[in-house]
Design a protein around this ligand. Structure first.
Ligand SMILES: *Cc1c(COP(=O)(O)O)cnc(C)c1O
Length: 386
């Protein structure tokens, strides 16, 4: 049986007519830039994430870039971030001619390790520490980073937090006994509507969630070349607008998002059960989930990522049997060619280096069948028994 890593058809089929109708409406309106679809989506996402406001943008990458631009991050500045994420998280920092400072991850959650974050800051001299303009924790694979600890550090050192929630829209965590959503915890919440995310559009799109009204205004200003009035520019911005066609698609999908999260969670539970029954010992490790008792969405499983012994051999074996899987991510930031000039070398960030050699994402998308998951696990068992 062929098992793809991701198939968008099952969720598309649920809503295809509604999506086509909504897109047709935008086409017929002849309003193709900004307008009511953007305003509507911004309201709905801010309600969904529990923030005062949200600002639609052109992609998840641009959401991060714009947040950094609002904080006026530039040459000479430092931004602390996880060493183990999709490239955009660190790329946006470098694009503004600032320097990313990498921090190792927690071995269970794969998210930035607050202890290492604190250590990085305390080991800086006062002058260097003054140059740190932001911390970007990533909610990797769909689970929130340890935001209670990160927010305490942010407060102590007075450094703003930009959440990279691209993989985690709707993920929840508990802070001071209260349920909170990704994107409502830091100063900015950055999300992506790339088609492979849990809430995807028909191309590129993204949004920034925000509570601070001054920064929300600046986000809106910089989204359109920094001009409130056409052709008069107060600050430098860019073209970071979200298309109304994409916004209307996201609006059709949003009411179904929690149901899709639930399907992914059920798929993950099923994998966990099958792996427990298979009793592979230490050969693989299922995803670790924090807060699993109290929250509805402690993990939204944008990816279901196991750790596997002889990972590359396992992945090849699965591929030979038409089962797709993926390595997110094979090389931590400090070893990426474009960052080697920062002086990173092997051994600097041991936890992310080991993770890069062990992680493997298995298909977990809504609409995949029971038989598919059984096939995946059967083949993994077969691999380790041969
Ligand atoms: C997808 C992703 C992004 C970038 O989003 P785009 O919409 O593709 O630009 C940023 N960070 C993480 C962690 C992502 O997974």
């Amino acid at each position: 049986m062929k098992v793809p890593l991701l198939d968008l058809r099952p969720t598309l089929e649920e809503l295809r007519d509604e999506i086509v109708d909504a897109v047709t409406k935008v086409v017929d309106s002849t309003r193709y830039i900004m307008g009511p679809e953007i305003d509507g989506l911004e309201k709905e996402i801010s309600v969904y994430c529990g923030t005062k406001d949200a600002v639609g943008v052109s992609s998840g990458t641009d959401a991060l870039l714009l947040a950094l631009m609002v904080l006026d991050v530039g040459p000479g500045d430092l931004v602390l971030t996880s060493n183990f994420s999709f490239f955009a998280t660190a790329g946006v920092v470098a694009r503004l001619n600032a320097t990313p400072v990498f921090v190792d991850i927690d071995p269970d959650s794969f998210n930035i390790d607050p202890e290492s974050l604190r250590k990085t800051l305390t080991e800086m001299d006062a002058e260097t520490r003054k140059r740190v303009k932001a911390i970007i924790p990533v909610h990797l694979y769909g689970q929130c980073a340890d935001m209670a600890a990160i927010l305490a550090i942010s407060k102590e050192f007075e450094i703003p937090v930009i959440e990279d929630g691209a993989q985690a829209i709707g993920a929840e965590c508990e802070i001071d006994g209260k349920k909170r959503s990704a994107g409502s915890l830091g100063d900015f919440g950055c999300f992506s509507f790339f088609p492979s995310k849990n809430l995807g559009c028909l191309g590129d799109g993204g949004i920034v969630t925000i509570n601070n009204t001054e920064w929300a205004d600046l986000l809106r200003l910089k989204r359109v070349h920094g001009g409130e009035r056409k052709y008069y520019h107060r600050v430098i911005g860019g073209n970071f607008r979200l298309d109304p066609i994409q916004a209307t698609v996201v609006r059709v999908k949003l009411p179904h998002l929690n149901n899709w999260h639930l399907q992914r969670q059920n798929n993950a539970d099923h994998y966990n059960k099958l792996f427990a029954e298979a009793a592979l010992g230490g050969k693989i490790r299922i995803p670790f989930v924090e807060h699993s008792q109290t929250l509805q969405n402690p993990h939204i499983y944008n990816q279901y990522v196991i750790r596997a012994e002889r990972r590359d051999e396992l992945q090849s074996f699965l591929a030979e049997n038409e089962i797709a899987s993926e390595v997110y991510y094979p090389l931590p930031f400090h070893l990426q060619e474009c960052f080697l000039h920062l002086g990173g070398k092997e051994g600097d960030f041991p936890v992310s280096e080991v993770a890069a050699n062990e992680v493997l994402a298995l298909p977990v998308y809504p609409g995949m069948t029971v038989e598919m998951r059984e096939t995946v696990v059967e083949h993994i068992v077969q691999f380790y028994q041969s």
